[in-house]
Ligand binder design. Structure first.
Ligand code: NI
Length: 191
């Protein structure tokens, strides 16, 4: 496995629509996903999309671990580390929730982004198996964030209140202001 270079905001690859993967079971895709996992874990992220490592292909990895969501969350709030090829989602309800996001392509910055709080997503595992899952809360958020990367969308482009954008170094002071605006959230790392 290889640690890959992560594209940062400004690199054109992050603004392009990624290509559908014809064969999810190919050796190339397996190697790309293995390298993405190593790269994400090294960067201490919870999600990564192929365009973030300069590969314009529709592949993402993500996780929504129980240790960051508390013990009383629903099962759909959580996901083990998952690699998905050609992922898609649709909202289950129109409800949007404002929550904190970061991105490995925008290091050092956190912002509050509205996302659907309940979605269904589909895609293919690296073994070719089709999957369909329901996701809520942070699990739904990370999947929407990663699928956005496949369509050239970065989280600030989804923000509706740019005053809710901060350098991580300023978060302590910022939270005094921002928690008034963003209900009950702590800041999460993301991909
Ligand atoms: Ni990201």
């Amino acid at each position: 496995m290889t640690l890959l270079k992560i594209a940062r905001m400004g690199q054109p690859v992050l603004l392009k629509s990624a290509a559908v993967i014809a064969d999810p079971t190919s050796k190339q895709v397996e190697e790309l996903l293995d390298d993405m996992v190593e790269t994400m874990e090294d960067a201490v992220g919870v999600g990564l999309a192929a365009p973030q490592v300069y590969e314009g292909k529709r592949a993402i990895i993500f996780k929504s671990p129980r240790e960051r969501g508390g013990e009383d969350g629903a099962d759909t709030d959580f996901s083990p580390l998952t690699a998905l090829i050609n992922p898609e989602f649709e909202p289950v309800t129109d409800e949007l929730t404002l929550g904190w996001e970061g991105c490995l392509s925008i290091p050092g910055i956190t912002g509050a982004v509205p996302r659907y709080s309940h979605i269904v997503y589909r895609g293919y595992l690296p073994n070719g198996q089709a999957v369909e899952r329901e996701a809520t809360n942070f699990h739904a958020r990370v999947v929407q964030h990663e699928i956005d990367h496949l369509d050239g969308v970065l989280f600030p482009m989804r923000m509706t209140d740019l005053s809710l954008l901060s350098f991580n170094e300023e978060l302590k002071a910022f939270m005094d202001y921002a928690t008034v605006h963003v209900a009950g959230s702590s800041v999460d790392k993301e991909g």
